[in-house]
Design a protein around this ligand. Sequence first.
Ligand code: SF4
Length: 437
Amino acid sequence: MASPIKPDRSEATFEDYKPAMSEHAAVLEANRCLYCEDAPCTIACPTGIDIAQFIRKIATGNIYGSAKTIFSDNILGMSCARVCPVEVLCAGSCVYNELHEEPIAIGKLQRYATDIAYQKGWRYFEAGEDTGKSVALVGAGPASLACAHELRVRGHACTIYDKRDVVGGLNTTGVAPYKMKADRSAEEAEWVLEIGGIDIETGVEVGKDLTWDELEEKHDAVFLGFGLGPDSSMRVDGEDLDGVVGAVDFIEQFKLGTVDLDGVSNALVIGGGNTALDVVRELVRLGVEDVALVYRGTEEKMSGYVHEWAAGKVEGVRAHFQTQPVAFLAGDDGKLRAARCVKYDANKKPVPGTEHEIAADRVYLAIGQGKLGELVGDLDGVELEWGCVVVDENGATGRPGMYAGGDCANGGKEVVNAAAEGKAAAIAIDAYLMGGE
Ligand code: SF4
């Protein structure tokens, strides 16, 4: 099958914003670590990586062992080293913050060790003895990859179904390219799959090409890792104009192929979350002259990470806070020319008499993604909340043998959360299959 990731895609021009560490820098940084007991950095990591341990191994030159420590807790440790918001997780919890000193560069050290493991072709895990059981995983994103790997270690056969022809989910199609490019995510997926015994069935939409009944008949257990749906709509006039684009669609397009921004000099990105922040920074790097965020709340209320927004401002992104589009307007040529907006008060309520226009030749909607829980909402025992699949702490739904994790259950969190939830579900599925419940 031809790879859907083109070598000349738009994202290929992006540089890493956190360049790789040299050996010298890595050893120096590793030696700064205090190797804390009950390390707060590990407590803050959803996958519970033994951070002090892997850093200590870098300090002593044991890179093989360091990467093993990382992968033993998080098989997606290579991509997480690049895409994790370490500023609010491990590094944000490092004791150095309390000493008002620079926290340990945990993400960069993790990248140093895992990159070497990939370069050297080190392999740490083997499939367990065949149990004769088989598990279906719906969706080929991080949660399913982490779940399938752990299930293979425990000897269960796995089949991953995905309606698309690209593996890795949002890690491949949705990560800002200055953090990680699509081919790196695809490489990680291949590396994970090398354990063997994980079949990938792409182009198969469960519920349509294969019914849920058929799926459950073929397999002994099911893991739902189908992520989120398409970009949410604002339901305002003019949203169907050429030039009004969904943010997730846009990111996917330039990560897998090319985008044409010729003639685009004035872009608005609607939203205040991390996707909006990714898009504004990407547009600046893609050469769009004037890029502005439009958010109905205040700057302090933005749900996007503070450090990402701080970086966006430095890069020249402007913002219209407490502002919300109520329509998108076309010029005489039928092309998008502006957003009609109103001002919002501090309680996110429109202020009468504040209608105004903001010129735009491109608008990106980054107001969230739809939830896909309804795909399984009719199955006995499966409950939904706000469109997400309801699970217990082990990822179990109320339907025997059906588990879920990642964005379709948590509503949209980080890759590291998906990795943790996928692995936890695998352990629970193993207990279910081997306990014969
Ligand atoms: Fe090292 Fe900081 Fe973690 Fe302590 S909290 S073990 S200093 S990285």
